[in-house]
Write a protein that binds this ligand. Sequence first.
Ligand SMILES: [Fe+2]
Length: 194
Amino acid sequence: MPVEYFFPTPIYHSFIKNDVIHSQIDYLIENLQKDELSSPWFDNVKTTFRFNTTNNISNRIPLLEKEVKNHCTLYLNEVLSRSQQDYELNILESWLNISNRNNFQHYHSHTSDISVVFYHQTNEKDGDIIFSNPSLASRLNKLTMQIDTIRYMPQKGKIIIFPSFLEHAVNMNETDHPRVSIAFNVGINNIQNI
Ligand SMILES: [Fe+2]
């Protein structure tokens, strides 16, 4: 069929099934200092993220870092052409988010190459992540306007990887269950130009 789709937006989702990682995150949360959690964004999610500093919470969970890099490699193997697949991956930043009842996140994007979210704790009803179509023109065009946003339900162990420019928001948590996720910004170095 002579129709090709150009300018796609690759979003990856899979699972990291490793109870040791979840135990290590529980231990990390139990041992967080009080001043390590705050709400620096214009919403009310509690996070270890801070402006003007290096956020590297995943240093304390090396097993998770290793899994995240493995999944980023799988994602990039799919997205990049073979000639581009000689690169280095660097976790530039990582931070932990805790979303309680009535917490949400406004639409925002990240500044790295690819971004990752990993769900540690969720009841699957405590806030979907929503990605918006990055092309305003495409959203308004009669052929392509059907795909305005796409959403993913949080699930324990789920990992989602997406281009960092892609705007996303998180629905309000309307339950009494705190959702816990860890986010990563990842850089790709020395990618081969084609
Ligand atoms: Fe985000």
